[in-house]
Ligand binder design. Sequence first.
Ligand SMILES: [Zn+2]
Length: 398
Amino acid sequence: MSRSDRGLHRPCYHLRAMAQLPVLPFLRKQVPHMLETLRELTVRESPSLEKEPTDRCGEFLADLWLRRGATVGIVKNEKRGNHVRVVWNPPGAPPKGQLFVLGHYDTVYPSGTLAKMPFKVEGGKAYGPGTFDMKGGIVQALFALDAIREEKLNPQKRIVFLWTSDEEIGSGTSRGLIEDEARRSEAVFVLEPSLGPRGALKTSRKGVGEAQLIVHGRASHAGLAPEKGINAIHELAAQIARIEKWNNLRRGVSINADVVSGGSRTNVIADRAEAALDLRAWSEADMRALEKRLYALKPARRGAKLEIRGGFDRPPLERKHSAALFARAKSIARTLGFSLGEAAAGGGSDGNFTAALGVPTLDGLGAVGDGAHAKHEHVLVDAMPQRAALLAHLLVAY
Ligand SMILES: [Zn+2]
């Protein structure tokens, strides 16, 4: 029996008891505080590429958890913002294992974005850079812990919250931390935004990668000695036409040349050209097959040389690692009075890393809203207490 199966068989009596617990009424009363906390987090801009402002936001974030009596460690990071690791041990008996709540506090917006895109609450929506992806989720987690403490729900497990600073740029400095924590945990709850207006959870995500296809040709005068040249751009075009045929959208396998460059001027036959490729697939097997094909490419022109770099760097989050947790979340949602759907996402998250280790992972548990990375980014205020309650119950019932 897998760890996730074992979890699924326990909760019935918990769920019955849950309906009587006042978690949701408590959280609904917290909405003004939740919004104020979201405002405080949003006005502290935290662009992945700017260490200083991001560290200031991280300090503020650390302090929020310290004030709740959690143990907080700042994981120093030389180039990017520091990561914030929070440990909360249930009072009383020593914890029976560990649960992992995972999210990132960096955003894709450079400093100064706030001036054009200020934090505001309007028509039941809270707008601002990073509100949906994913500061709203962090706020929900914070208040889920408040609800757990206020209602003395006594979780059985230690809860580790990790707020990282570089998810939007590939998690280069946090991946090791995330994987170490996941290995110590029985389940991972990822607070990335949910999907669509009804806030579906993400039970599968594609594996994602990036590769470079570089062509080395030979330069020559296009007028005086065209026969001596090997046109790297023509060769690249031929290779792109070849790989385009590998796309299998029904199966979810995609390979796209999204940036190309090459050549120097019109009378010189190009000696170099390159393409940056975006790679995606639903399964580990499809991922490896695509990489294999890519690395086996042969030049179409005599004398041209191909150089291939990179490949998949985020494994897929396969549904088998999230199905049991999702079933549990769905029943909890029902007792809380709403129905919960699931969705598959073509983009990756840090949940891909934890699921790939075989640790049950449920993603999309963060805010309900829209406009991630866009001007109209916002969260639905009404859904905040509801989603915080869902997380609180998931943590307590495990
Ligand atoms: Zn995100």
